[in-house]
Design a protein around this ligand. Structure first.
Ligand code: BEZ
Ligand code: FE
Length: 291
């Protein structure tokens, strides 16, 4: 029988997985993962204590997860892995709006609203903002009937799912573009906020000397028949964390400039008072299969 040694173990493990794994894509993934994992363990000469600490870190990460909290997505985000996956799957093409991370706070089945409605279910005293724009195809033609799933933190820096005092679906809504591709909703101008630090990700950020802040943003998932679904944000121009997002998700093409508006007609149309903060953010979708 063979003795397993530091010199032959990686090769034997790779041979075992490489020769027995049937699905070709899974074989590629598992053998590459094992190769890198073994190389890492050898490179840092992992101690038994460190190995066990890593096991407990992952165990605790799993224990933080439930239907409202996804510490593993957060971990992937702060390690830059989510953005790497995003960059590989949505390379910058110069056409269509750029994508960015989904984040752990998306909740499906938000209420569907008429264009122009407010997503504020509980007033947190933030600055009222009107967000509007047009969804178009690569030729600039409007896409009617596109769905925009929108979510953001309230003015206290929390998502509804993080704060039991907030009503369900506070600061979330689904809007549908009109025949001209236009959408509009009323919200509070978002503020920069901290990703949750009460779990294992907080321990990691702290040990690495990194801050936990994300620049202010609104999330969107935009979908329409025949088009690639777009997961993105609009970040707020001038935010102090644009250059140091805890999850590496900023892109300059996604920065929107909120302008103070005194347009009283518009204010009346959207049932808000002037002056208000006004953001225009147009988005482009790519047809399915257009690369
Ligand atoms: C968010 O923007 O909701 C988010 C994204 C990544 C990690 C944590 C929060
Ligand atoms: Fe967010």
């Amino acid at each position: 029988m063979r003795d397993f040694t530091i010199d032959n173990l990686t090769e034997i493990v790779l041979e075992e997985y490489g020769s027995k794994t049937k699905d070709p894509r899974f074989r590629q993934i598992i053998t590459s993962l094992l190769e890198h994992l073994h190389a890492f363990v050898k490179d840092v000469e992992l101690t038994e204590e460190e190995w066990f600490k890593a096991i407990m870190f992952l165990t605790d990460t799993g224990k933080m997860c439930d239907d409202k909290r996804q510490e593993f997505i957060l971990l992937s985000d702060v390690l830059g892995v989510s953005m790497l996956v995003d960059a590989i799957n949505h390379p910058k093409s110069g056409r269509g709006t750029e994508s960015t991370v989904l984040g752990p706070f998306y909740v499906a089945h938000a209420p569907e609203y008429e264009n122009g409605a407010s997503i504020i279910k509980q007033d947190q005293g933030g600055e009222v903002a009107l967000v509007q724009g047009k969804v178009t195809d690569p030729d600039g033609d409007p896409i009617a009937g596109a769905k925009l799933d929108v979510w953001q933190t309230a003015a206290n820096g929390s998502y509804d799912v993080q704060d039991p005092t907030m009503p369900e679906y506070n600061m979330r809504g689904i809007f549908t573009t009109d025949t001209e591709g236009n959408y509009a909703f009323v919200t509070e101008k978002p503020l920069s906020y901290s990703v949750p630090t009460d779990g294992t990700v907080g321990v990691l950020l702290n040990a690495s000397g990194r801050h936990a802040m994300r620049p202010a943003h609104i999330h969107f998932i935009v979908s329409a028949d025949g088009y690639e679904s777009l997961t993105t944000h609009v970040f707020s121009a001038g935010d102090e964390y644009l250059d140091s997002d805890a999850v590496f998700a900023t892109k300059s093409s996604l920065i929107g400039d909120y302008k103070e508006s005194n347009d009283t007609d518009k204010a009346a149309q959207y049932n808000i008072s002037a002056p208000f903060s006004h953001l225009r953010f147009d988005m482009g979708l790519m047809p399915v299969g257009a690369g």
